[in-house]
Structures are given as structure tokens and as C-alpha cells.
Ligand binder design. Structure first.
Ligand code: ADP
Ligand code: MG
Length: 301
């Protein structure tokens, strides 16, 4: 097969590992910088071009779209879909999971456990908003933040109000969430491929930090998850429509709650913590599932 990895940086661990695994499995693998792709949105022969040439003969793409290029990146993925190219994660699924509020709304509809979450527009409603997530301490989160940036703990009502006021002043969209204190600064990353959790790790923030992101200095180790956590992760990925996903859970007093579902989960942390060949498993999934024109959302926006 000819597999294209959409990535802005071929030197990143995840990109390198996918290239390596693809080649090990006997495939032709190319890394395409989606920021440099341009498209001809013609009716009969839609195409994607890269540095002067049309990209042809690709059987499958693996999108690794960073949060800062979601709009352009998903447009490129969509264009490949229009050409009938199989994408391991489809554009609509990526878009759904990128917007944290939209993702939580979809998950809530299917009865997935979530931290109590509120969203409001007017400053006049801040009091009520804080009240229905249980009052301070609360977590205030930008809808499109990533790697822990834009996630703030408002320890007191006053602190929460100041952060909300600041975010509003910047015209940023944010949500307010119940603080799951009992999680103790740790979360569980479940790596889902297809309908299976293929690896899981517990990540713990550095001393004094409630955010467990590895990019914020957190550390990761292998963990065993409960059957409830496993089914929550698999169902969440499925609801988003993602074949490859990093589902992040918190262990709350009322069972596992989903914080977010990542459509380009990093491989370094999970492969290091678990010693598993996750990149190889992604390639195997593609081998089993990639078919020309097998795009569920093709033409459905
Ligand atoms: P990002 O996309 O920036 O990673 P997350 O929503 O995953 O944003 O939040 C980052 C980290 O902050 C989580 O991994 C978790 O450790 C912590 N966190 C987020 N929301 C809550 C919450 N409601 N209660 C407790 N901890 C939280
Ligand atoms: Mg996260």
C-alpha cells in the first residue's frame, strides 16, 4: 500500500514511528506536510497537490493534525476523502473531537460519564454557571486548548470570576467544569484503535500541578484499567467516529469521567510507558480496513 502521513514535522517521534512501522510492514510511506498541500476542488477530478505535483495513488492517509492548523488540516483530509482515499480518522471526526464542547455534548447524549460542565455567553450568567458546576474550585477551559494550555484551576469563587472575565475580554470560548479533586492530578490515557483499548497509562502531573499533561512535566506509567474504563474509552472513540484516539479519563467518585478525546494522540509517551508497538498496530488496522471510497462521511460534510 501507499500510505501518506499528514504531519508538519517528519522529525516528531510519532511521525517517525509511523514511517518506520509502515516500512516494516512492506508499505510505501510518505510524509506530507498538510500546510503545504493545496487543492483543486473541481467536480470530476478533485485533487491534492504538493510542492508542484499532484499526489496520486495513495491508498490511505494518517492525519496527524496539530490543534493550531485544525481548519486547514481537516480541509486537506476532507479533500482526500472526496478523492475516495481512506483516512484512518475522518475529517468530521477530527473536527468533532477538536471542539471540546461539541465533543462533550455528543458524549453526554450517549450517556458517557462526564465532569459536570457549563457553558455560557453572558457575564450576567457567571454566578449561575459557577453554581451549577458545584461552585469553586472549578476548572476553566478554553474550547480549543491543547497540551494543558488554557486549562486553569479557579480555586476560589473570586479567582474563577477573574479568569472568566479575562477569557471573555479576549473573546475566547471557554467552559467551566467541576474540579475532580479525587483524581489527584492524575488521568488515564486510553489508546484506542478500532474497537479496542490497545494500551493505557496513568499520567501524573508534577508536584503541585493538577494538569497531568506530559508537556507540562507530567510523568506516565503503565496502568491496568477497569472494564468500565475500557468500555467508556471504546464507546467514546466510537461516538466521535475516530478509529485511532487517545481517550482521557479521570477517576472520579462517580466512576470514570471523560475529559477529552484526542484525534492525534502522541505515540512517544504511550510506547515508552507500555513498551508496545502502537505504530505497528495502527498500520495493521489500516491494512485490514483501508478500501478506496470507504469513507463513512463522504459527501456528508
Ligand atoms: P488539554 O487538551 O489541554 O490537554 P484537558 O481537558 O485534557 O486539556 O485538561 C488538561 C489536564 O488538566 C488533564 O489531563 C487533567 O489532568 C486536568 N484536568 C482537566 N479537567 C479537569 C477536571 N475537571 N478536574 C480535574 N482535573 C482536570
Ligand atoms: Mg488533555
Amino acid at each position: 500500500m501507499k500510505i501518506a502521513i499528514l504531519s508538519t514535522n517528519p522529525r516528531l517521534y510519532s511521525t517517525r514511528r509511523l514511517v518506520e512501522a509502515g516500512k516494516e510492514h512492506g508499505h510505501e510511506v510518505l510524509v506530507v506536510n498538510h500546510k503545504r498541500c493545496y487543492m483543486n476542488i473541481t467536480t470530476h477530478r478533485p485533487s491534492v497537490h504538493y510542492k508542484g505535483d499532484a499526489i496520486t495513488g495513495v491508498d490511505a492517509i494518517i492525519p496527524r493534525i496539530g490543534a493550531s492548523v485544525s481548519f486547514y488540516g481537516t480541509a486537506v483530509v476532507r479533500q482526500f476523502e472526496m478523492m475516495g482515499v481512506y483516512s484512518v480518522n475522518e475529517s468530521t471526526a477530527i473536527t468533532r473531537s477538536r471542539d471540546k464542547l461539541r465533543a462533550l455534548q455528543l458524549l453526554s447524549r450517549s450517556g458517557i460519564g462526564l465532569p459536570i460542565t457549563g457553558f455560557a455567553n453572558s457575564p450576567d450568567d457567571t454566578d449561575d454557571l459557577l453554581r451549577f458546576v458545584g461552585g469553586a474550585p472549578v476548572v476553566i477551559k478554553l474550547l480549543e486548548g491543547t497540551q494543558g494550555v488554557g486549562v486553569v484551576l479557579g480555586e476560589t469563587k473570586k479567582a474563577a470570576e477573574s479568569v472568566i472575565e479575562a477569557f471573555r475580554g479576549l473573546n475566547a470560548n471557554f467552559m467551566v467544569q467541576e474540579f475532580i479533586k479525587e483524581a489527584g492530578g492524575s488521568d488515564i490515557r486510553c489508546f484506542v484503535i478500532g474497537e479496542k483499548v490497545v494500551a493505557s497509562m496513568i499520567r501524573t502531573g508534577k508536584e503541585g500541578e493538577f494538569r497531568s499533561n506530559l508537556h507540562r512535566g507530567g510523568s506516565a506509567k503503565l496502568t491496568k484499567i477497569t472494564p468500565e474504563e475500557r468500555s467508556t474509552a471504546v464507546r467514546s472513540a466510537k461516538i466521535m467516529g475516530l478509529n485511532v484516539a487517545g481517550v482521557d479519563l479521570l477517576r472520579s467518585n462517580h466512576g470514570p469521567v471523560v475529559m477529552e478525546v484526542n484525534s492525534s494522540p502522541g505515540l512517544e509517551g504511550i510506547e515508552t510507558a507500555t513498551g508496545k508497538d502502537i505504530a505497528g498496530q495502527i498500520i495493521q488496522f489500516i491494512e485490514k480496513n483501508a478500501r478506496h471510497g470507504r469513507t463513512k462521511t463522504r459527501g456528508k460534510g
